[in-house]
Write a protein that binds this ligand. Structure first.
Ligand SMILES: [Zn+2]
Length: 462
């Protein structure tokens, strides 16, 4: 672990355009570090701390998503109260609206949305290549891959046109907002992410699907490798150029789909990459500050793929798994060596009227909750469960009152954050195997019935 720079942490008014943080030295990769605290007796899991200029993240940690500089329906103070340690914004969305330059002028993503803790942004690659063309539906991600690796390389979902075009230099895509044409490249993604100012950024990579042929996966992986070096080089230049800003860490993204050799090669290639950074002492060669494990994963392979990566990647760098929040996925990812995760599910699920419990996910609009005065999850320590009943929240849904989105989102985010906190504690105390058995036994039990103290029966959504 390296010594941290002394950055002021005071909360500022959103209208103040001056930078929140004035470093007293060149920003350097040494300003962000990862220290491991404990390791699992068996498996690759570990607990640790990521140190950033805006505070620490105790890992493993769930990072709630604030796609458009807002966790949908939940204020930053509420996110802080339920234990969120960092928030993740999206470069694609923020580039289109309100524009990265405006966020930069506001003092960066955290300042703009009144969040004083650490922030992440993803590169926009996933959205440019899927969303930019229709919310994950244009590139068809839904079906099984061809087992012999001879899938199609131009799958589009029924009724959709492919609106993103990938070439070796970058991607042309069409805005989902107004149909305007835009270009993303590794350099453009780095420019945008530096303007957004998050503590942790991700390299621009190509999204592939499980349908793509083995040959295409190889071509794409090489393209992603070249883009990763361009991201790292451009990031080093921007870091020197924007020396009045705190250091922003850059994570390389590991692709390679379900192929062990490709995943391992990607890890080796990205681990070896370096760029030259200007520091207080001259120049320093440094590589990625951490790694994101990306790409379409089949649920059954998730732990295995994370394990391959954890075996290859440097031990002293954090690893982020993009897009998971289901309890079984979290357990497999953590014991396989992933440190942080993000997912939109807690708030997305809440907006459909569903809530998480230890005994599975439940749909609140069901008639049996009409006069159920128990909290969503008896024993839950969140604000919603401390003050509101299922009957009241169900009434809000029926009356179309917007408050219900806030209240259920608070509970769902807290549920996932608390689960990861509990897993972390069990790793430190050496009781992880027992906890895992208990969590999986309850959440996925076919006979799941009432959580303790509940007054009505419910059914678990598969
Ligand atoms: Zn709760």
């Amino acid at each position: 672990m390296t010594e941290m720079a002394d950055y002021p942490q005071t909360r500022r008014q959103p209208s103040d355009p001056t930078p929140a943080v004035v470093p007293t030295h060149h920003p350097s990769p040494r300003d962000v570090s990862f220290s491991i605290q404990t390791r699992m007796d068996s498996g690759l899991g570990r607990t640790g701390v990521i140190h950033t200029p805006h505070g620490q993240i105790q890992t493993p940690a769930f990072i709630p998503v604030a796609t458009q500089a807002s966790v949908k329906a939940v204020a930053p103070e509420q996110m802080s109260a339920i234990g969120a340690q960092a928030l993740l914004g999206n470069a694609y969305h923020l580039y289109l609206q309100p524009g990265a330059e405006l966020v930069d002028r506001a003092g960066g993503l955290g300042q703009f949305m009144n969040w004083s803790g650490p922030t992440f942004t993803d590169s926009g690659g996933f959205q440019v290549m899927s969303l930019g063309s229709g919310f994950k539906k244009v590139i068809d991600m839904s079906g099984p891959h061809a087992p012999d690796g001879t899938g199609s390389d131009d799958d589009t979902a029924a009724g959709k046109n492919r609106l993103a075009h990938v070439d070796d230099d970058g991607v042309w895509f069409t805005s989902h907002l107004d149909g305007s044409k835009h270009r993303f490249s590794p350099e453009i993604s780095m420019n945008i992410q530096h303007q957004l100012g998050a503590d942790i950024m991700f390299a621009f990579d190509e999204l592939t699907t499980l349908h793509n042929s083995r040959r295409y996966q190889e071509t794409s992986l090489e393209r992603t490798r070249l883009w990763a070096q361009r991201c790292l080089d451009h990031h080093a230049g921007l870091t020197a150029h924007r020396s009045d800003r705190p250091y922003q860490a850059l994570f390389g993204v590991i692709q390679g789909a379900q192929y062990e050799d490709l995943r391992r090669k990607a890890c080796q290639d990205l681990s070896a990459m370096q760029a030259e950074f200007v520091t207080d002492h001259g120049t320093d060669r440094a590589g990625f500050d951490g790694y994101g494990i990306g790409g379409a994963l089949e649920k059954k392979n998730l732990g295995t793929i994370v394990s391959w990566c954890a075996q290859e990647l440097p031990e002293d760098k954090p690893r982020h798994l993009l897009g998971i929040s289901e309890p079984d996925d979290l357990l497999w990812a953590i014991e396989s060596g992933a440190d942080t995760f993000d997912c939109v599910s807690p708030t997305r699920v809440a907006r459909t009227g569903a809530f998480y419990t230890d005994y599975g996910r439940i749909n609140l609009p069901r008639a049996q909750f009409k006069d159920d005065f128990a909290p969503l999850q008896p024993g839950c320590d969140c604000y919603t469960c401390a003050h509101y009943s299922r009957a009241y929240l169900r009434h809000l849904i029926k009356a179309k009152e917007l408050l219900v989105h806030t209240l259920i989102s608070i509970h769902n985010e807290r549920f996932v954050i608390r689960l990861v906190e509990t897993i972390r504690t069990s790793m430190i105390e050496g009781t992880y195997p027992e906890l895992k058995e208990q969590v999986l036994g309850r959440y996925y039990s076919a006979e799941a019935s009432d959580p303790p103290g509940a007054s009505a029966r419910f059914s678990v959504t598969p």
